[in-house]
Design a protein around this ligand. Structure first.
Ligand code: NAP
Length: 285
């Protein structure tokens, strides 16, 4: 008999997460607080503009206010930081998201660091990263949070499993690795200098692809029965995993689109609502 494959439906996970937020938003509105996310887009990269628009639309659908800051590609690091500081000081703004990547001449790290920790809803600051590594972050990076949310929603065991993460970026590969480690997985982190990549991936019970290369992970790299999470998103709605080929061996897999992407947006909304709740709790103290 052919083994059933579990398609990890990101839209379903996202819908459940958003449903849970409705009551929280209602309770905040009774206290005259509307959660508010400020998104900052620097330059005119069309994909970044699309991501920011999607995030704004998702906010609107749930009754979360969003402010869209659009800055020209000539913006300096100092100008960007000045803008972030204004948003830091604005009591109506609960979360700040600086869309990555910014133009090359800008010191992106310095700009991320300027975001006040209470408003760092995408876990991009070093303090946010460190809190996540210690396992007590209020707001871990949204895509790693989404990956964990998908595994948890489908009751996929993490403890004791060997997780192989391909990619070590500060917003994705590294934070998801520590989150898996904190849930007692044994974690192997691979990157562009990793030798024998395919051999290592074949050892994974859980494989997370966060590479930024279309169809990069090959079907014969997947151990029979492994769970495959494709965090990649490349031009033309293509993930980092060769989906059809990996489906052969995988027991469960996220599709692209409708896998990690919608859950990442839901995580951002959740973090923004929680930031508003924390703001309220502080202001009544
Ligand atoms: P990134 O900053 O470019 O990092 C890519 C990582 O992949 C790096 O650590 C790099 O290694 C590694 N890598 C590159 N080539 C490799 C190779 N041949 N073998 C093994 N590792 C290799 O990308 P990112 O921002 O983490 O994003 C990764 C993917 O996730 C992209 O497809 C992006 O579009 C997607 N993404 C999706 C969402 C979502 O909401 N679904 C959000 C963010 C990102 P080195 O460190 O050695 O360079």
């Amino acid at each position: 008999m052919k083994e059933e494959k579990l398609i990890l439906d990101g839209n379903r996970v996202a819908a459940a997460m958003k449903e849970g937020l409705v009551e929280q938003i209602k309770r905040l509105s009774e206290k005259e607080i509307v959660p508010c996310l400020a998104t900052i887009l620097v330059g005119d990269d069309p994909s970044s503009a699309t991501y920011v628009r999607m995030k704004g639309n998702a906010c609107a659908r749930l009754g979360i206010h969003s402010i869209r800051v659009e800055l020209p590609s000539t913006t300096t690091t100092e100008e960007l930081i000045a803008k972030i500081n204004k948003l830091n000081d604005d009591p109506h703004v609960h979360g700040i998201l600086l869309q990555h990547p910014v133009p090359h001449h800008i010191d992106e790290r310095a700009a991320f660091e300027a975001i006040r920790i209470e408003k760092d809803v995408d876990g991009v600051t070093t303090i946010g990263f460190a809190q996540n590594a210690f396992g007590f972050a209020d707001f871990p990076s949204c895509t790693p949070a989404a990956i964990i949310a998908i595994l948890e929603y489908y009751n996929i065991p993490i403890e004791g499993k060997h997780a192989v993460v391909i990619g070590r970026s500060p917003i994705l590969g590294k934070p998801v690795s520590v989150m898996l480690l904190n849930r007692n997985a044994t974690v192997t982190i691979c990157h562009s200098k990793t030798a024998n990549l395919a051999r290592l991936v074949r050892l994974g019970d859980i494989v997370v692809a966060a590479v930024g290369k279309p169809n990069f992970v090959q079907g014969d790299w997947i151990k029979p029965g492994a769970v495959v999470v494709d965090a990649g998103y490349n031009k033309g709605n293509i993930g980092d995993v060769d989906y059809e080929a990996c489906l052969e061996n995988a027991s469960a897999i996220t599709p692209v689109p409708a896998g990690v992407g919608p859950v990442t947006i839901a995580a951002l909304l959740k973090h923004t609502v929680e930031a508003a709740e924390r703001f309220l709790a502080k202001s009544v103290l």
